[in-house]
Design a protein around this ligand. Structure first.
Ligand SMILES: [Fe+2]
Ligand SMILES: [Fe+2]
Length: 273
C-alpha cells in the first residue's frame, strides 16, 4: 500500500458540473461520512488483534486509506454542491451514529469472523464504486470511483489473505452466518444516519427516521448496480465464506440475488418517495 495516491493526483480541473447527477451526489455525500468514520473500526479491530502487531499495522494503514476515501468524496461533493458542508455533516453523523465501542473482544465471534465481515464490506464498497464508475458521466467522479474501486478490491484481498493465514477457521455454517449477519446490517443505522446527516440541514426541521432514510439511501445506491455488479458482489462474498464462487450453487444464487436486489430497489424508491 506504499504507492498510494493522494488528493493532489486527482485531475480536479476536469470537473464538469453539468454532468453531476443529483441522486449520485446524495449517495456520495452519505458515503463521504461513512468512509471518514474508519477510525472507530481501526480502534475496534486493533483491540481484537492486540496480540498480532503485523495485522494491527496493516489495519492502521487500511484505515488511513478509508479516511482518504472520505476526504476525496467530501471534496468532490463540496465542489458539486457549494452548500454542502462536510465538516458540519460529519459532526451531525457522529452525533447519531457510533459503532458500539463498549464491547470487549470480537463481535463476530472470532478473529476469522471479523475478517469475513470485513470481506463482506469490502465486496460491497468495491462493487459500489465500480457501479458508479460505469454509470457516471462526470469525469472527476469517474477517476475517483476507479481509484476507490481498486483500493477496495485490495482491501478485500488484504482481509481475505489474513483470513487464509489463520490456523483455525470456523465451520462453513459459522462463516456463512457471519456473512449473512453482516449483509443484513447494511440496512442498519449507519447508512441511514449518514444519508440524513449529509442530505438534510439542522434548520430543515426534518427528524431522523431510520427506515425512511435507509430507503432514501438505498433508492439511490441500489439502482446504480447492474446485473454484473451484483454477480461480482455475490461471488466475492461466497469466496470469503469458502464457497466456490463460480460453482453450481452460486450460479443458482446469482439470479435470485438479482431479483431480490431489484425488488428491494423498487421498494426503496416507493418508501423514499
Ligand atoms: Fe473505502
Ligand atoms: Fe475499503
Amino acid at each position: 500500500m506504499d504507492d498510494h495516491w493522494t488528493l493532489e493526483d486527482i485531475n480536479w480541473s476536469r470537473f464538469d458540473a453539468s454532468k453531476v447527477d443529483p441522486d449520485l451526489l446524495a449517495a456520495i455525500k452519505a458515503a463521504s461520512v461513512v468512509e471518514s468514520n474508519a477510525g472507530d473500526y481501526v480502534a475496534y479491530l486493533a483491540s481484537v488483534f492486540s496480540d498480532r502487531p503485523d495485522i494491527k499495522a496493516s489495519i492502521i494503514r487500511w484505515g488511513r486509506e478509508e479516511e482518504q476515501h472520505g476526504a476525496v468524496l467530501a471534496k468532490w461533493a463540496e465542489l458539486a454542491d457549494p452548500d454542502f458542508n462536510f465538516a458540519e455533516s460529519f459532526e451531525r453523523f457522529r452525533d447519531i451514529y457510533r459503532i458500539p465501542d463498549d464491547e470487549r473482544g470480537s463481535t463476530r465471534g472470532s478473529p476469522a469472523g471479523e475478517m469475513i465481515a470485513r470481506c463482506v464490506v469490502e465486496s460491497g464498497t468495491s462493487s459500489f464504486y465500480t457501479a458508479i464508475r460505469e454509470s457516471t458521466e462526470e469525469p472527476v467522479m469517474q477517476e475517483i470511483a476507479q481509484r476507490l474501486a481498486a483500493d477496495e478490491f485490495r482491501h478485500y484481498k488484504l482481509f481475505y489473505d489474513t483470513l487464509q493465514s489463520f490456523e483455525h477457521t470456523p465451520s462453513l455454517f459459522e462463516r456463512a452466518k457471519v456473512a449473512i449477519t453482516r449483509v443484513s446490517e447494511a440496512d442498519d443505522d449507519e447508512l441511514a444516519s449518514a444519508f440524513y446527516a449529509t442530505n438534510t440541514k439542522p434548520g430543515d426541521g426534518v427528524k431522523y427516521d431510520r427506515k425512511k432514510f435507509a430507503a432514501a439511501y438505498e433508492a439511490r445506491a441500489l439502482s446504480l448496480y447492474k446485473r454484473q455488479h451484483t454477480n461480482r458482489l455475490v461471488s466475492m462474498i461466497a469466496k470469503a465464506v469458502g464457497i466456490a464462487p463460480h460453482g453450481r450453487f452460486m450460479r443458482m444464487m446469482e439470479p435470485i440475488v438479482w431479483k431480490i436486489w431489484q425488488r428491494r430497489a423498487r421498494r426503496a424508491h416507493l418508501l423514499a418517495a
